[in-house]
Design a protein around this ligand. Structure first.
Ligand code: AMP
Length: 114
């Protein structure tokens, strides 16, 4: 999609640090990390948010969830635990309108996040 930051990252037009990928999803380090490990996992195709993805493409939704688990394994978080966040819409403070999972760990995560 034109003018989508994460579509440009997936296409390689904007640089990123890859952590993991497959044919449907791409994972890269957040440029402004909020935890020692902070990775964003996105579908390669453009979908606004989790609700739109889940209602539009159930197989890709599962692929994204598996990507999250693969990232947690690759980053050594599976044993210690981690947090997965999908910021959605204005009140969720979603700033990039291409669905993305934040995978954060390597420290105890505060709850509630505020
Ligand atoms: P959200 O606020 O949930 O939409 O999250 C967007 C995330 O994208 C933020 O955590 C930003 O730090 C991150 N971000 C913005 N630009 C880039 C970039 N060029 N490379 C990696 N992460 C980015």
């Amino acid at each position: 999609m034109a003018d989508c930051l994460f579509c440009s990252i997936v296409a390689g037009d904007i640089p990123s640090t890859e952590v993991w990928s497959d044919d449907r999803c791409y994972a890269f380090r957040d440029v402004n990390p909020k935890a020692p490990v902070h990775v964003l996992v996105v579908p390669r195709s453009h979908h606004l948010n989790l609700a739109e993805l889940a209602t539009g493409d159930a197989d890709l939704t599962v692929a994204l969830m598996r990507g999250i688990a693969a990232v947690a394994d690759a980053e050594g978080l599976a044993g210690s635990g981690y947090r997965v966040v999908f910021n959605t819409g204005r009140d969720g403070q979603q700033t990039v309108n291409h669905v993305h999972a934040h995978v954060m760990g390597n420290r105890a995560m505060r709850w509630p996040p505020g």
